[in-house]
Design a protein around this ligand. Sequence first.
Ligand code: BGC
Length: 759
Amino acid sequence: MRKIGIFIMLIILILSACTNQQKPMNEEDRFIEDLLSQMTLAEKVGQLNQYTSRWEMTGPAPKGDEGAQSQLEQLKSGMVGSMLNVNGAEATRKAQQTVVENTRLGIPLIFGYDVIHGYKTMFPIPLAEAASWNPELAYLSSKIAAKEAAASGIHWTFSPMVDVGRDARWGRVMEGAGEDPYLGSVFARARVEGFQGDDLSDELSIAACAKHFAAYAFSESGRDYNSVEIGDETLQNIVLPPFKAASDAGVATFMNAFNTIQGMPATASSYLQRDLLKKQWAFEGFVVSDWNSIGEMIPHGAAADLKESAYRAIEGGSDMDMEARAYINHLEELVAEGKVDEAKITDAARRILRIKYRLGLFDDPYKYCNVENEKSMLYTAEHRDAARKVARESMVLLKNEKQLLPIASSVKSIAVIGPLANDKDSPIGNWRAQGEYDSAVSLLEGIQAAVGKSVTINYAEGCKLSIGKRTFPDKMTYNESDRSGFAKAIQAAKKSELVLLAIGEDCFQSGEGRSQTDIGLKGLQMELFNAIYKVNKNIVVVLMNGRPLAIPELVDKAPAILEAWHAGSEAGYAIADVLMGHYNPSGKLPMSFPRTVGQCPIYYNYKNTGRPQAEAPGQVLWSCFTDAPNTPLFPFGFGLSYTSFEYSDIVLDKTVMDENGTLTASIKVSNTGQLDGEEVVQLYIQDMAATYTRPVKELKGFEKVLIKAGETKVVTFALSKKELGYFYPCGKYVVEAGQFNLFVGGNSVELQQTQFVIQ
Ligand code: BGC
């Protein structure tokens, strides 16, 4: 009996030795552990502290700086591990030198910056890029943005924002890839790979940051920073997948979020940051807080003071404190009181040092501070060409009646009208890094360049969209009364064969802190349209905006509409490429456009409910509105081309999928028009009956194919059983047996349909 006991003990010891086995230390680990062993607690805390430069701020200045040491002294005394908003090869070199030459261990700073859709060469806003359904373009724009930022001393971008956004009232939908977790995951991966390249230590790549972890886009009523009350099933299946994709792609950092989720501040969530991200997903990088999100736990009502905020954030797994001064002021004290285990601070410092090591900053802290690179690598002709290519592929043709587009060569006079027609600033978008004010090619310039002298251009602004100063972060005041430009615009329209009307949103109308309860056309824009429509019905509306707009009247009347978004530095040229037919539009909406703001949030992958559809519109006792349809104005995945595509029936290689099964679905897509064109072929599934209800459709694959006029191509999707499951609210992934619908088509509504079964 005793022998059996000893034997069992031995087995247990061997097993536990095996499971506790540490992975062998590599050179990176040895370097970091050695450095950590030399660091005092204060020095480790210093690594966790991030300050903005005082000369450029992207959030309200935090209180409590009064009487503190000057920023310079803090840098010299090793109290700062990272800075944001310092840019330029010289400025970064100066700050780096201050730290490297004055601190005891000379640990370099890591410089972070919001490089969201370009650094100096501006690309279309991320929502627009997602409309291309071409992740290679997001890869390209991120790569170029990284190159320019790196040449200007930046090590780290706070991008990509991978928040799935379903609510167009929320101004930050412009920064994401739209409403779908699958499309969002594909773009998350592409952007991370674009910024980071194959090797972080490459001089032309920078560290990326998946943000805002998590569920920030689900703020109630779309009001920025508001509480989030979604359930765990939505969290697991809709919110988290793009973050997981970014983590799998090797993203160096995560940023947490301002919001609470079911009462828990994301910044303090050890479920998200410790259990899920660092343990389950084995994320090796660090988590930075959002701007003062640690301090904001006080007004949230989650901490009595900054000390408690610091405690909750470090316990929750936030590694770096952006701008709250919580860690630098309270962590040492919390350790001394025995409330925080120093090991947690060591782990946070380790993660930050790891990314600095991978960037190569310990080899050469100044490697990115290269004035020559900065002079030659920014805003080059090659980068601007790329911006034009990305922009034109991001545009979505929403309507094209009367064959107004592409503009016929017989057209000899064009009126270019609208508050955004000659706006050289709005196309730059809200997050503009070092993109210069008024530096974009306007629509007027683009069309003039495209038509040359053979066509008469009659330009008139018509009206202003806003009045007064219009810079970040000023409040916009819309022009509700000044119609003095209407007469000239009407004249221009009268004497032209075709009108191009550029309306939509000012660049600072969407973006952070720009939530709106009205997402129609602001100011006098619709009135201007109507005035022009009276004298010339050949109107092509060019929309420039950062979010889906509720514009039913415009869509009803305007014969042609091109969604051009805020398209970046080369906007005007890119729009002209599309209008003239030099590029056949291929974009598809990454977010549903509502008919009215009252439908928000509106998204294609909704749940059916127990009372899905009224027999006739307006019937009561069904899950519908009595004054508007449930359907959107334009659905997810929608976009026209100058040619037309026809889909055959779907062919499945089998209709029953067994254990570890796979299935292929093929469809013939024919280009039935006169022009070559690209089509985004989309595949959706629906799990008909599940333990937790599933959406009416879920995107599971897409392919963008070029099909020549008259040609037919077969597009084949391979699905494996493991892709067809979902997460239970507890986070367990399951594939349930049962019947599935499978759909293929050119948008989320017009689809061919078939079925299969999982055994
Ligand atoms: C935003 C972040 C941004 C940070 C730094 C915050 O206000 O939410 O997305 O990266 O500021 O500028």
